[in-house]
Design a protein around this ligand. Sequence first.
Ligand SMILES: [Zn+2]
Length: 340
Amino acid sequence: MEFPTRILIGRGVLAKLGDFIEEGGTKKRKAVVAAGTKVHEKVSEVVSSSLNGSVEWVKVTAADIQNVERVMTAARGASCIIGLGGGKSVDVGKLAAFRSALPFFSVPTSASHDGISSPFASIKGLDRPYSVKAKPPVGILADVRVIASAPRRLLSSGCGDLVSKMTAVRDWQLAHDVKGEYYGGYAASLALMSASVVLEGSKKIGEFGMDSVRDIVEALISAGVAAGIAGSSRPCSGAEHLFSHYLDLLAPGVGLHGEKCGIGTIMMSKLHGLDWEGVRSALEHVKAPTTASEMDLKEEQVVEALVKASSIRPERYTILSRNKLNREKALRLAKSTGVF
Ligand SMILES: [Zn+2]
C-alpha cells in the first residue's frame, strides 16, 4: 500500500506551500512547478513567494509524454516536483517525479477527478489509452478558495468521477467472483463512501458552497487513496471508465473525464441492476450532464464506445465483459436510461 503522507486542505493554504513541503522533510530549494498557463497567471506570485523564489516553472501545455520529458529535464538537480493545476499538470508532474525518483507534491486548483491523490497518471503518447501506474503524491495541498473559484463545470465533473466508484466497485466484485481476481473490501468501502458523498448529498453539493467544495475535494482524495490501498485502479475505475477512455479516442477533446464517466455510470448501473435513476438525478443536482447531446457527443459515438469499450483493456473484467453489447443492445441501453 502506498499513501500520501501529508494532506492539507483549507482556505488560503496555498500561501503555506513552502512550509508544507519543508515540514514533510523535503527541501524547497529549486522546486520545479509544473503548471498550466492560466494557473500560472492566477497563483504564481503567491506560490513563488511561499517557496522563497527558489522555483523553476514549467508550463504544461498537454498531458503528454513530451511535457513529462520537459519537466524531467527541468528537474535535474531539483529537490521535488510540484504539480499545480487541474488534471493535466498534476498528471504530468506525477509521472515526471516518478521517473526522476523525486518527491511529488500535488496541488490541485480544481477538483475534476481523483488523479489528485491516486498513484495513477493519464498521459497521452504511451502505449495505452488509460492511466499508468506511478506513485501517489507524498503531499497534497488543496486550497478550497482557489478550487471554488475554478469554473463550476470542473466541480460537476469531479462529481461524475465520484459516482463512478459505485459501478467500479461492482465490476471489481464481479471480477473477483468470476475470475478470482483479488478484491479488497476495505479499499472498496472507501471508494463507495466517496461515491455516497455525491449520491446521498447531491442537493446540498449542487449549491456549491465552500463546504460542498471541501466535501468534493476530500471525497476525491479518499477515492485516490483507495486506489493506493488496492494497489490498482480497480476501486475507482470499471466499465464506465473504459467507456470514457474509448470516447477519448473516438471524440478527442469532447467532454471532461468525469462527465463521460458520469454518463457511463448511469448506463453501467442499469446493467448491474443498481439504482441508475438515483445516479442520474444525483448528476442532475450537481449540474453534470446526463445526456449525449448535452456533451456534444453523437449517438453513433456513444453506441460505438459501448460496444467496443472492453477491447481497449481486455484483461479488465467488467459488466461489459459479461453482458456483451451489440449495437442494438447498446442503443436500447442508451435510450432506456435517457442518455439519448
Ligand atoms: Zn476517473
